[in-house]
Design a protein around this ligand. Structure first.
Ligand code: IMP
Length: 178
């Protein structure tokens, strides 16, 4: 797997340290609010675990699944599976995402969730590619802003592979062009 990478952009230590900072910010902002973290599967699972481990206030967790990507290209057609979510009425929800790219996936999810009576809804994303945005969406808690490069690792995949890498890196072009 390592031979498929052009470069490592964020080491495990950097990812963990930044995630701890975000957890501290959230713990301060949401004291006494019992926030509900909703992780967007599959990409957010490692970040969500690392984040929630470091949150120091009472909180709850849930997951939804969404997809809009095939290979390195967004299909622009978002599907979200929200079955199994608890009642969101009056809840302070923090949507946890691996990466904010065009923003189409989270815009769709935000519309669906806020129609269920949430008291507040914010986004926490490990990575953000602002230059790719096609919506007004902004993450309140963002780990790292990155350029327009396709990255893998720490939950992020290319065709379901590389999610288990403990760091984030850029694939060699020949890997996704083949
Ligand atoms: P958006 O709807 O364009 O913001 O795309 C969000 C989803 O696309 C993310 O949750 C990822 O699953 C996927 N995605 C976007 N950029 C990348 C990337 O660089 N690497 C891996 N997945 C990505």
């Amino acid at each position: 797997m390592l031979q498929d990478l052009l470069k490592i952009t964020h080491t495990e230590e950097q990812l963990k340290a930044r995630t701890c900072e975000l957890a501290a910010d959230i713990s301060r902002d949401y004291a006494d609010k019992n926030p509900l973290f909703i992780g967007v599967l599959k990409g957010a699972y490692i970040f969500m675990a690392e984040l929630c481990k470091n949150v120091t206030i009472p909180c709850e967790m849930a997951f939804i699944s969404a997809s809009s990507y095939r290979g390195t290209q967004t299909t622009g057609c978002v599907s979200a599976q929200t079955d199994g979510l608890p009642d969101l009425t009056g809840r302070h929800v923090i949507l946890v995402e691996d990466i904010l790219d065009t923003g189409l996936t989270l815009s769709h999810i935000c519309k669906v969730l806020s129609s269920r009576g949430t008291a507040s809804l914010e986004i926490c994303s490990m990575m953000d590619k602002p230059s790719r945005r096609k919506t007004e969406l902004k993450g309140k808690y963002v780990g790292f802003e990155i350029p327009d490069e396709f990255v893998v690792g720490y939950g992020l995949d290319f065709n379901e592979k590389y999610r288990n890498l403990p760091f984030v890196g850029v694939l060699k072009p020949e890997v996704y062009e083949s």
